[in-house]
Design a protein around this ligand. Sequence first.
Ligand code: FAD
Ligand code: DHB
Length: 395
Amino acid sequence: MTTPAHTTVGIVGGGPAGLLLARQLHLAGIDCVVLEARDRTYVEHRQRAGILEQGTVDALRACGAADRLDREGLIHDGIELRWNRRSHRIDFPALTGGRRVWVYAQTEVVKDLIALQLTDGPPLLFEAEVTAVTGAETDRPVIHYTHEGIRRTLTCDYVVGCDGFHGVVRSAIPATELRTAERTYPYSWFGILANVPPSCDELIYAHSPRGFALHSMRTPTVSRLYLQVPNGTDPDSWSDTQIWDELQSRFAIDSDWKLTPGPITQRAVLPMRSFVTEPMRYGRVLLAGDAAHIVPPTGAKGLNLAAADVIVLARAFADWTATGTTAGLDAYSGTCLKRVWRAEHFSWFMTTTLHTTPDQSAFDTHLQLSQLDRIASSPHAAAELAENYAGLPVG
Ligand code: FAD
Ligand code: DHB
């Protein structure tokens, strides 16, 4: 496929943010082009997030990308927290006035959006690696990219960087115009996918003296589990038996609940980071999703934040093309950053409340356990967790 030399909105990156933005713009009659560095198979199989908030589901439905999600997605009304060998359920609808979440993997969201885009436009080029974006401060920013071994340019009215944390668009903004805030963590997540029905109906987040563990799922027959491990852990250094035994002991409670092991089909170690770039716009270059901000995964905010950014952005572009107003585009960064910082706090809170390290002080452990006890005993504390987890309103 070749691309035009000019487009209204040039989108760098065909992850969830870029694909959802393209679909929304297309339905609003705004032309755009998506350039994705990797091939289709890679993008469709990259194992990542698994939980969708109501706002994300609504946006996918509004752009006709939710048929399979509505058939196959698992609706969850709560999560279970475990600590000190006991458990407590957080009931989302009861605590939030009816909100809930969907278990539907990011891989499937991406597959659904790609299938729509390839049949119904706008152009989506795989293996089109963007090398630079120039002219951010002009009326015609330019995307420089390589496709099929040929160097090309795409002139745009606006460029949106949906190219993830390691993307190139952020560097089109002069460093003097950006402020960044960052935090790293002394642990990573060891994630596995296993061909075994989940041992629970709802997700389990477990605090244990041996470290954090999370039991999630992909389908009624595929489980997704995570173990906190030290940074730099080699996933192949653990045997399957070691993984299941460790999970079993971190989830242990005083009941006859048991984790059912099964064949592990994928394994990977994921580092964790909190990161925010401000502002999310410079001239005619805008950033969305992981290109602008990263959260540690505890609480499942990353994909939903990316979706929230592009929902706000698509509305702003629709206003601009309909009336010529740039008010929405001007407000984009401020609107999104308010939500981003809330999610940053929640993800940090979930991470630091639930993860333990061998060298942490007794004081820190007591603070964690006291906070978990408070969530179990106070509907207000539980509601605070539930509202953030189920997702705050978009926009
Ligand atoms: P991405 O999904 O990163 O998409 C960016 C796209 O841009 C990619 O397809 C990339 O190939 C492309 N790209 C990059 N550079 C270029 C270039 N130069 N030219 C063209 N294209 C380019 N969140 C959770 O909530 N739960 C999880 O369990 C979870 N696990 C994760 C595991 C990993 C390993 C990672 C990295 C993230 C995880 N996240 C998780 C976060 C969540 O997946 C992200 O927040 C979400 O993918 C953000 O979507 P995005 O479209 O902004 O960025
Ligand atoms: C999943 C990932 C998360 O980070 C989380 O908090 C819940 C679920 C998942 O991959 O299923």
